[in-house]
Design a protein around this ligand. Sequence first.
Ligand code: CA
Length: 216
Amino acid sequence: MEKILIIEDEQSIRELIKLNLSVVGYETYEASDGEEGLKVLNSREVDLVILDLMLPKIEGYDLLPLILEKKVPVILLTAKDGIKDKVKGLNMGADDYITKPFDVLELLARIKAVLRRAGKEIKRKGFDDVEIYDEQRKVFKAGLEIELTPKEYDLLKILVDNKGIAMSRDKLLELVWDYDYEGNTRTVDVHVQRLRNKLKTDKIKTVYKVGYRLED
Ligand code: CA
């Protein structure tokens, strides 16, 4: 998961950002002033910083060069009427800015774009709007986490890893439930049905007399 540091002294804004970033699968760090922000930067690996300009202890402008020095992209949070601030920040090397009060969806879109441009976006497995974070064994659909049982997860992962390939029920049984499993191929059908329902997808196709194939 990409790690995003939010440096913002207004608690309500910080928490709003944190909540929304967590929901779509980013890991977050928080800092309520410039000094604390610098501390996090010096002790953690961070993929992107959301930086408020008006900060106690160390101002956003003074912090900005220190962050950019670490090759970490920055999105500035600026006041509505601070056009000069935006220009100054961008000239200093900030990647983007967003004006308060902001739309959360716009912020998320900007974060995604900046991460992509900076080559910091982690390539996720998945299809359509379904994303798999294999390290955390988490699955998101349109940004919302979907609870899967361990077997459902394993089955989904195998289908995704073999996208476009028809997988026989026996093969899936063997890969997900092990060779010695005494169950029958009906188990596979039940789990596929549950995956289709939970993920609200029609991309897991039934391959007549064979098994299943995840469509690209
Ligand atoms: Ca502030």
